[in-house]
Ligand binder design. Structure first.
Ligand SMILES: [Zn+2]
Length: 424
C-alpha cells in the first residue's frame, strides 16, 4: 500500500477509510478524499493501536489497518488461550475461529501456534466503490476465513490484473456465476462475492441459504464465481486505474463525446466490449454494432477485432472449456430482466428455471433485445453446450447503479443465485 497523507485522494484512501470505519473510528461514507475528518480519525486509530499519531498512513499504520480490509487478523496463541478467549479478545465469535482453523484442535491448542481470527464483520464491503485491488483482497480474506474456498487462476487482463474464480462445494454438478463483464456494472462484483460469503458462512455453521440447507446444496453442487471479468475497466470507472490505462481509455473515449467518461465506460481498457467478444454469431453482433457506428475501439459496443480477441473474454472461455458447467449465470445491470435463450435455441430446463428466477425476484424472464442478442457469454454457453445459461440484468436505473441500491439488488438476486445453485 502507498503512504497516504492529508490532501491525498484515490482508491487507497478509500480503502483506508473503509478500514477506519470497520475499526469503529470513521462514521462517514468513505469518499476517497483524505481531508480533516480522515486525518483526525486516523490519529485516533493510531493512538488506539499504540502507534505515534502522526496522521500519516505508512507501513506500520497499514499493518494495523489491513486486518480491517481483509477481515481477519493473524494471532499467535498465548498461554491458556481457547477459541472462546481469542474470540473475546478480538470481538468475534468462537465458531468463526473454529471454521477458519480446521487444523487446530480446540482441545489441544499449542502455545505460539498461529491462528486466523475472523473479525466481527463480513469481508465483502458493500458500502464502497470497488476496484481490482479490493477484489483481490476480498478473495484472500474469504479464503482465510473459509479454508474450503479455493481459487483458480483464469488468466490476466490487458493491464496484468489476475482474472480468477473462487470455488466451494464438493458436488459433481458445477455452477458458474460471473459478474462485471461490463465495467460500469461493477456493483455486480460485491453482489456475487456477498453471495459466496453468505453461502460459506451458512456452510460453516450448518445453516441455510435462502431456505435451503447449505450442507445439502454443497454436497450436490460446486459453485464457481468470477466476480470481476473486467478488472481494468472497473478500476477506470472508479478512479483506481493506473495512469497509462486511464490515458489510453481517455484517448479512445474522445471520439465518443456523448458517452460520459469514465462513468459510461463498459468495455475493457482497450475499448473492446467483452460481452460482444464471444464466438456466438459474432459476425451478426459486428454487423449490428457497425451499423450503430461502433466500428473501432469504444467505451462500449465495439465487438473487438475477432472473437476472443480480448484476453479477458478468452480467459473466461478457456476456463469454461476446462470445466463441465451444468449452468451459468452472468450478472449485468440493469433492467430487472432475465435472458435465457439464444437465437431460437432454448436449452432444456432453461425456461422453467428462468420462470422460477423471475418468480423469486420480481424480475421478468424475457428475450434479449435483438441489437444486443449476439456474441455474449450466455449466448456462447447456450450455443456450445445446449445447457441453461442466463444473463441477469439486476437493479433498475442507469449505470453505474448507486450503492444505495445495493440492499434491494441483494434481496432480489440472492434467491436467483440460490435457485441457480439448486437447479430448481
Ligand atoms: Zn452488461
Amino acid at each position: 500500500m502507498e503512504t497516504l497523507r492529508y490532501g491525498g485522494r484515490g482508491n487507497q484512501v478509500l480503502l483506508l477509510q473503509l478500514a477506519l470505519k470497520r475499526a469503529g473510528f470513521y462514521h462517514e461514507t468513505p469518499d476517497g478524499v483524505f481531508g480533516t475528518k480522515t486525518l483526525n480519525m486516523l490519529k485516533r486509530f493510531q493512538r488506539a493501536s499504540g502507534l505515534s499519531p502522526d496522521g500519516i498512513a505508512g507501513n506500520r499504520t497499514w499493518a494495523a489497518a489491513e486486518p480491517y480490509i481483509y477481515g481477519y487478523v493473524g494471532a499467535k496463541l498465548r498461554q491458556g488461550d481457547t477459541f472462546y478467549r481469542l474470540a473475546k479478545r478480538y470481538g468475534t465469535d468462537a465458531d468463526a475461529i473454529a471454521a477458519a482453523n480446521p487444523s487446530l484442535d480446540p482441545a489441544d491448542l499449542r502455545l505460539g501456534a498461529n491462528a486466523v481470527v475472523p473479525l466481527g464483520f463480513p469481508v465483502t464491503a458493500t458500502d464502497v466503490p470497488w476496484s481490482s485491488l479490493l477484489a483481490k483482497i476480498t478473495a484472500e480474506g474469504l479464503m482465510k476465513r473459509y479454508p474450503f474456498i479455493s481459487t483458480e487462476l483464469m488468466g490476466y487482463s490487458v493491464l496484468g490484473r489476475e482474472l480468477f474464480a473462487l470455488k466451494m462445494g464438493k458436488g459433481k454438478r458445477e455452477v458458474f456465476i460471473n459478474a462485471a463483464h461490463h465495467a460500469n456494472e461493477w456493483i455486480t462484483a460485491p453482489l456475487v462475492f456477498d453471495f459466496l460469503e453468505t453461502c460459506a458462512e451458512a456452510y460453516a455453521s450448518g445453516g441455510e441459504v435462502e431456505g435451503r440447507s447449505a450442507a445439502s446444496l454443497f454436497s450436490e453442487t460446486k459453485l464457481f464465481i468470477t466476480p470481476m471479468v473486467d478488472p481494468d475497466g472497473v478500476d477506470l470507472v472508479n478512479g483506481a486505474a493506473p495512469r497509462e490505462g486511464y490515458e489510453r481509455a481517455r484517448a479512445i473515449a474522445e471520439d465518443y463525446p456523448d458517452i460520459p467518461f469514465p462513468s459510461g465506460w463498459k468495455a475493457n481498457i482497450e475499448g473492446t466490449d467483452l460481452n460482444l467478444n464471444y464466438p456466438a454469431e459474432w459476425d451478426t453482433a459486428r454487423d449490428n454494432k457497425y451499423r450503430m457506428g461502433y466500428v473501432k475501439p469504444a467505451p462500449r459496443d465495439f465487438v473487438g477485432g475477432y472473437p476472443l480477441s480480448a484476453p479477458e473474454s478468452a480467459a473466461v472461455y478457456g476456463f469454461t472449456k476446462r470445466h463441465d458447467f451444468a449452468l451459468t449465470v452472468s450478472y449485468h445491470t440493469q433492467g430487472g430482466e432475465i435472458y435465457w435463450q439464444f437465437a431460437g435455441i432454448e436449452p432444456e430446463g432453461g425456461e422453467a428455471l428462468a420462470r422460477k428466477m423471475a418468480e423469486v425476484s420480481g424480475y421478468k424472464a424475457a428475450e434479449a433485445p435483438y441489437e444486443s442478442g449476439f456474441a455474449g457469454y450466455k449466448d456462447w454457453f447456450i450455443l456450445e453446450y445446449r445447457r441453461p445459461g442466463f444473463t441477469v440484468e439486476a437493479g433498475r436505473g442507469s449505470n453505474p447503479l448507486p450503492l444505495s441500491q445495493y440492499g434491494s439488488i441483494r434481496r432480489e438476486n440472492f434467491p436467483i443465485m440460490a435457485a441457480a445453485l439448486a437447479g430448481e
